[in-house]
Design a protein around this ligand. Structure first.
Ligand code: ZN
Length: 107
């Protein structure tokens, strides 16, 4: 786990467990949207990470529980290259690609 050379980050495709978690997010979207609208109207924090926090998912808010690193603007996942015609994405640093935060956040 200490071999953490940023040059040598293998990408992973949006498939398998990542795709499963991504699809779970999509299914959750209507509920999340409703929650965020309600919280926003009530003047409370209504970001996606607040939703995860409020619901105690233990999800990694950095990658929205998917396990792939997000782009800095929060739109989509960070592509790092291609494996033939399959696009590869960077694993989320914060949860190690698990989508779940098991450790305390690093400072
Ligand atoms: Zn993460």
């Amino acid at each position: 786990m200490h071999n953490n050379d940023p040059q040598e980050k293998p990408g992973v495709p949006l498939a398998g467990e990542y795709l499963k978690r991504y699809e779970a997010n999509l299914r959750r979207m209507p509920e999340v949207k409703a929650w965020r609208t309600g919280e926003f109207d009530a003047g409370r924090p209504s970001a996606l990470k607040d939703y995860f926090g409020a619901h105690g998912f233990g999800f990694c808010s950095h990658c929205q529980g998917v396990g792939l690193a997000m782009n800095e603007d929060g739109m989509g996942y960070k592509a790092v290259g291609w494996d033939k015609d399959i696009q590869l994405f960077e694993k989320c640093d914060f949860c190690g690609g698990t989508g779940v935060l098991t450790e305390k956040p690093r400072s």
